[in-house]
Design a protein around this ligand. Sequence first.
Ligand code: NI
Length: 258
Amino acid sequence: MRVFDTHAHLLDEAFDEDRFELIGSLPEKGITCVMEACCDEKGIDRVIDLVARVPFFYGSAGVHPHSADEWNNGTADHIRNALKQEKMLAVGEIGLDYHYDFSPRDIQKKVLDEQLSIAGELGVPVILHDREAHGDMMDLLRAHKNGLKGIMHCFSGSYEIARECLDLGLYIAFGGALTFKNAVRPIEVVQKLPSDRLLIETDCPYMTPVPYRGKRNDPSFILLTLKKMAEVREEDEEELAEKLYRNALDVYGIPKDR
Ligand code: NI
């Protein structure tokens, strides 16, 4: 079995003590591909460096809504140049977060709009973060729908919202929250979605699945989310893993023989 963790943050300080030891242990556990999601401008060069060091890692470049107010005159070109590098495949993670509101909402919207334009111009996928900002998020995505591709990450919305995302050409990724006791709505959505648009991810070090909630998450815990997804969809775990893997190759534009 091979599993693709489509959204992880191994550069987080939570991994400072054992980063490369942990990364080295992943392939034997079946985690054979990982997308390292960038969070802010100073992370861009660190992601480039990481994916150059680790053959089974890919990277994104982008500014998270939490850091939107750090956007400056050079940021757009920094992202464009990063995406010229081999294995740098997506603009992300980008979006809107009206739960924490760490950056003013008008700036969050402007920075998302600009990054959607960059992705469109370069023809690369986006990795989207939407927390309590659904109306504005969908408005911006609709404005950029020509050529839009990418992932709605850590999905927790309703089936109706998921359908809108599918209509815009997006894939939908689920993480550890699927295993939580109160995960009634995400389970319902996972059951109804077509298998060719589903993805799994960890968002590690956050969103640790049951029974390890409260501990640091890492890509190997994705197997618990996979198990849960297979269970609720009544599918064979290995077959589902393979489908999800191919979906990940598709959305990130990675050659099929990888
Ligand atoms: Ni993330």
